[in-house]
Design a protein around this ligand. Structure first.
Ligand code: CAA
Ligand code: FAD
Length: 379
């Protein structure tokens, strides 16, 4: 597989790098401390076309490939994973899901606004008792003829308080198990739809995570995505691509921590020389660099397979599993290389370490990626 970037892809990568340095970096510590949503930054990312990167320009998107998208995810995540998860959910889960499986009317009504960042979207699968075990949905969408009556609770929803549109997965026919599940488009402000309190998190603290409560919400039939009973497949297919975005996020967190550690190791002196001259530190950097490059190749491979129309379930799961492990290991080592400075906020690596952890949990935990991978290689 040829991973040489085109001139256009190099330019997109540089644009994302510049944006991260100039616009995300200045307020990132404050947003993390205060759990402040990057509202203005999201608006600017919409203007740059980062919120609908793969969407057809006729719906307001940038019409780019998945590789360009992962390049942007990597660069943004080097600096601010709270902002990049907003980009990931909007692009991979919400816009991709709607563009691929939505009706023309649904695309006209919602996709343009989502792709330009006029509104952002949320993807709502997880529940208090259905996380990894995603088929055991308790939220119900009962068929009432011209509408569904939606009842239940969703948990941990990224963009939960700030989204305008929510793709909600719910059980319509319990007897049919996962084949009785539907995906519905729910708008903020629909009667009976309440947003629960914001979660106080270890990492990605600038991103906005809420539970959502649905109490007899009437969702028009035309808001169902795909055929009756397609909701679980919709979620699985959408998540398969989402995992490439989160793998790129993990890669970016790792690469960001490595870049900071490399620079610091050449500046900080101990025992009369730069710490990079101590082999114990140089070998840490060698391991980090090698692991990051291996993760990058897995992420690019998954993106290319998606762009080439191949099945990317396996490559996306491998990329997420490995890149998230590298993110965790690399950020811990970056803190170590910074010594005491690594433990304080001004040097950024402690935040990257806290942010890295979520990449092993959301969009399918590492254990779930191993289920997907092992089923694929054993079948
Ligand atoms: N594409 C299409 N269909 C798929 C599929 C895929 N990748 N994976 C599974 N399916 C289909 C199966 O074919 C099956 O349908 P049929 O019986 O009609 O063939 C159906 O889905 C059920 O599949 P399984 O029997 O494999 O289901 P399972 O109960 O064993 O679970 C699982 C499989 C992979 C573990 C799945 O439950 C899973 O992915 N769990 C993790 C959930 C998750 O990732 N949640 C993320 C929430 S979103 C999020 O986290 C966003 C964020 O943080 C920012
Ligand atoms: P559980 O499923 O209860 O798992 C607990 C532990 O058991 C994990 O280690 C898990 O790997 C392990 N485990 C479970 N089953 C198995 C098995 N069969 N084999 C081996 N090990 C197993 N969800 C959304 O729908 N939309 C969002 O936008 C979203 N954003 C999120 C943002 C944040 C900050 C967080 C923390 C979560 C978010 N999630 C979202 C939810 C996330 O996807 C789930 O937390 C995740 O899928 C795990 O589910 P759970 O928390 O219920 O853990």
């Amino acid at each position: 597989m040829d991973f040489k970037l085109t001139e256009e892809q190099e330019l997109i990568k540089q644009a994302a790098r510049d944006f991260a340095q100039n616009e995300l970096l200045p307020g990132v510590i404050e947003r993390d401390e205060q759990q402040k949503f990057p509202k203005e930054e999201v608006r600017k990312m919409g203007e740059l076309g980062f919120l609908g990167m793969m969407v057809d320009p006729k719906y307001g998107g940038s019409g780019l490939d998945t590789l360009s998208y992962v390049l942007v995810m990597e660069e943004l995540s080097k600096v601010d994973a709270s902002s990049s998860v907003i980009v990931s959910v909007n692009n991979s889960l919400v816009c991709w899901g709607l563009e691929t499986y939505g009706t023309e009317e649904q695309k006209e009504k919602y996709l343009h606004k989502l792709a330009t960042g006029e509104i952002i979207g949320a993807f709502c699968l997880s529940e208090p008792e259905a996380g990894s075990d995603a088929t055991s949905q308790k939220t119900t969408a009962i068929d009432k003829g011209d509408h569904y009556l939606l009842n239940g609770t969703k948990n941990w929803i990224t963009n939960g308080g700030t989204a305008g549109v929510y793709l909600v997965i719910a059980q319509t026919d319990k007897d049919k198990k996962h084949r009785g599940i539907n995906a519905l488009i729910v708008e903020k402000g629909m009667e009976g739809f309440e947003i629960g309190p914001k979660e106080n998190k270890l990492g990605i603290r600038g991103s906005d995570t809420h539970s959502l409560l649905f109490n007899d919400v009437k969702v028009p039939k035309e808001n169902r995505i795909g055929e009756d009973g397609f909701g679980f497949k919709f979620a699985m297919k959408t998540l398969a691509g989402g995992r490439i975005g989160i793998a790129a996020q993990a890669l970016g967190i790792a690469a960001g921590a490595y870049e900071l550690a490399l620079k610091y190791s050449k500046e900080r002196k101990a025992f009369g020389t730069e710490i990079s001259n101590h082999q114990a530190i140089a070998f840490k950097l060698a391991d980090m660099h090698t692991q990051i490059q291996a993760a990058r190749l897995l992420v690019y491979q998954a993106a290319k397979e998606k762009d080439n129309g191949a099945n990317y379930d396996l490559s996306g799961a491998m990329a997420k599993l490995y890149a998230s492990q590298v993110a965790m290991e690399t950020t811990v080592e970056a803190v170590q290389i910074h010594g005491g400075n690594g433990f304080v906020k001004d040097y950024h690596v402690e935040r990257l370490m806290r942010d890295a952890k979520i990449t092993q949990i959301y969009e399918g935990t590492s254990e779930i990626q191993k289920i997907v991978i092992s089923r694929s290689i054993l079948k």
